[in-house]
Design a protein around this ligand. Sequence first.
Ligand code: TRP
Length: 332
Amino acid sequence: MKKIALTGIKPTGTLHIGNYFGAIKPALELAKDYDARYFIADYHALNTIKDPKELAVNIRQVAAGWLAAGLDPEKVIFYRQSSIPETFELTTQLMAFTSKGLMNRAHAYKAAVQDNAEKGDDPDAGVNMGLFTYPVLMAADIILFDSDVVPVGKDQVQHVEMAQDIAQAVNFNYKQEVLKVPQAAVQESVAVVPGLDGRKMSKSYGNTIPLFAPEKELRKLIMRIVTNSQGVEEPKDPEASQIYLLYKLFATAEEQASLAARYRAGGMGWGTAKEELFRVVNRELSPLRERFEAIMADPAALDATLERGVEKARPIAAATVRRFRKAAGIDR
Ligand code: TRP
């Protein structure tokens, strides 16, 4: 039997190529060897996105984005968190086993409190209970589906560890393995994708290249990459150039070697390097963009795909909730 991998995708913005190399590609790779369960964590996004149109658009775009990038809904169980009511029953069940002190230590909550302290505000200003209990909902997402491994970025490891703690507290109390205890799988080897300004590509820096940008916009963004003032004739160090570092993510080994040689030889200006970059990025992203646009043009089909995922997911979820009820003495 294959092990189970599960991850949640928070629909908080437009997908960019940092997400593609940092999360989407590795998760799709993992889905080859694991029984994969990937979902849109829309109730997690609700903590920060209160505009209904914005949230609805994000959910759709992120779901379409993963499908366009190659997620096969026949192989991966792909669903929306909000379509699985068992998630919220398990959340309540887990609440009784989650100490408040554990939540006080969660990085995201602590950062919000610290922010307030620096501004001289009330410690809890702007902190809703969704933020405070975020790790419990995430633990429920994970534990509900008997997950063995949870592929996440480093920032989410603490949350997976909290899910472990909570599952163990339940099992310890009832003296049986009611819930499976998950493990985090951090992808250490994942490349850091440089952004337009040379810092790590991140939505919070506003330096991203959207994954599905129309061709014209893609070209414009690439031409806007910040470079130094080295002239055309000067030899250049490829590894010190974010144009080249981005190029490496999209180019074949031969292409990489050949562009590196042109950098070192001198006689090539930044404009040319950017043209080369645009060519390989567009080559990889064009088919994705076309699939994305086709999926976005047929919302009914997208909804149907997600509903089929829900049909597969709910029996698994129901079994976990039932196991808990039985162990807890809340069985009918
Ligand atoms: N908290 C995760 C993030 O911000 C998203 C998420 C929600 C998640 N539930 C999850 C990730 C369960 C892994 C497993 O990226």
